[in-house]
Design a protein. Structure first.
Length: 130
């Protein structure tokens, strides 16, 4: 018995029925302004998502600044992180966020053992041997 998801008092089914401009009225102000500026781009992207899902093709995009709207929920979108496309499953909790937030562009630094010449002591050892 899982709790039903609601966003600002509306269920996901109700949200999927409304258009992007109506959804903009219930999000926070910064997101609202971005949604109203990007309405046409978002609607074109949703159409592209629908076409790709019909043709069983992957949805790939470089548009990291697009805001996630209810019509994108349940799609798997491959978002470019600068090097490769990261597949992201859109879930209802992502509504109002940007696509780029879920495709990290920087990897955690993995430090290995120091090589020859990495420190002063290893440099001295390297010059003595040769």
């Amino acid at each position: 018995m899982a709790k039903e998801f609601t966003y600002r008092g509306k269920t996901i089914e109700e949200l999927k029925k409304i258009d992007t401009r109506e959804f903009a009225k219930i999000v926070k102000s910064r997101t609202r302004r971005a949604l109203l500026r990007q309405t046409q781009n978002i609607e074109n992207f949703v159409l592209k998502c629908e076409e790709c899902s019909k043709n069983k093709k992957q949805i790939k995009t470089h548009l990291r600044d697009l805001i996630i709207v209810p019509k994108m929920v349940d799609y798997t979108i491959c978002i470019h992180n600068g090097k490769q496309f990261i597949p992201i499953q859109i879930i209802p909790e992502m509504l109002g966020h940007r696509l780029g937030e879920f495709s990290v562009t920087r990897e955690k630094v993995k430090h290995g053992a120091a090589g020859i010449g990495a420190t002063k002591s290893s440099m001295a050892k390297a010059t003595k041997k040769t």
